[in-house]
Design a protein around this ligand. Structure first.
Ligand code: NDP
Ligand code: 8X3
Length: 256
């Protein structure tokens, strides 16, 4: 069904091979949008293309940690997909939950390269076209981890705080244009996120969501859709969402 929030618009989705990105790509496509679905896993992209079988879906392998991969993306787009209206900056990951003094430095660097540098490079690549056309929506996927510290969240939370503040600073720079920017800050959502965080340990990942009606990837995509549906003069700056079964704890105190 064609719907005004998506129809006739071109969306570039990073991390469309699973979770939030895949769910958002499906929603955009179902509502009549053109979608450039990206990610590193070519097999997932091929399955998505085969299943959805749409001329409005284009898939592209993209590693957001690679400057060359990002540089090659936009020039490779056919004319019908060139004028990107929606940048869904979602590709990201957490690696590990260890304490800062024990954590793997390589994991930290990968999180920064993906969640911060990758997102910044994608934004810098797409934004000039949006400004030239004076239209566009940038949806940046941050996290509740941006706003609330927790043990083992160290660099992951810091990358997401970057995403939140970068989004707000984009708003400052884009004043005078019609471009909207939103930082979406989800809590617990049952995707491949925890399997990645625990490096393939499905049992550890399952424990995160045990007994909780966590958000699904499509729940988060629904929230993003609702942001895009708002009248063009309204900008949602930041939007934090959680399952009802998740809340806040007391401060930790060392009484030792
Ligand atoms: P998933 O692991 O299901 O999806 C992550 C996506 O990111 C995959 O499509 C993956 O694709 C892509 N990705 C990872 N690294 C790269 C890379 N170097 N280049 C391109 N794509 C990459 O997790 P979610 O859907 O849950 O995560 C999406 C975003 O939401 C992340 O930024 C995450 O931090 C954030 N988030 C998740 C929450 C949750 O509880 N699930 C809560 C709050 C925020 P591929 O491997 O094919 O490259
Ligand atoms: C993912 C949510 O709480 O695991 O960003 O950090 S959390």
């Amino acid at each position: 069904m064609s719907e005004a929030w998506a129809a006739g618009r071109i969306a570039l989705v990073t991390g469309a091979t699973s979770g939030f990105g895949e769910a958002m790509a499906r929603r955009l496509l179902a509502a009549g949008g053109h979608v450039i679905a990206t990610g590193r896993r070519a097999d997932r992209l091929a399955s998505l293309a085969e299943e959805l079988a749409s001329e409005r879906l284009l898939t592209r392998e993209l590693d957001v940690t690679s400057e060359a991969s990002i540089a090659a993306l936009l020039p490779s787009l056919p004319p019908a997909f060139e004028a990107i209206d929606i940048l869904y900056n979602n590709a990201g990951l957490a690696l590990g939950l260890g304490k800062a003094h024990e954590a793997n430095l390589g994991d930290w660097e990968t999180m920064i390269a993906t969640n911060v540098t990758g997102l910044v490079r994608m934004t810098r690549a797409v934004l000039p076209g949006m400004v030239a056309r004076d239209r566009g929506d940038v949806i940046n996927i941050s996290s509740v981890a941006a706003n609330y510290p927790y043990p083992g969240g160290n660099v992951y939370g810091a990358t997401k705080a970057f995403v939140r503040q970068f989004s707000l600073n984009l708003r400052a720079d884009l004043l005078g244009t019609k471009i909207r920017v939103t930082s979406i800050e989800p809590g617990m959502a049952d995707t491949e996120f925890s399997v990645v965080r625990f490096k393939g340990d499905q049992t550890a990942a399952d424990k995160v969501y045990a007994g909780v009606h966590a958000m699904s990837a499509d729940d988060v995509a629904l929230v993003c859709e609702s942001v895009l549906r708002l009248p063009a003069h309204i900008n949602v700056n930041t939007l934090e969402i959680m399952p009802v079964q998740q809340a806040f704890g007391p401060f930790a105190v060392d009484r030792g």
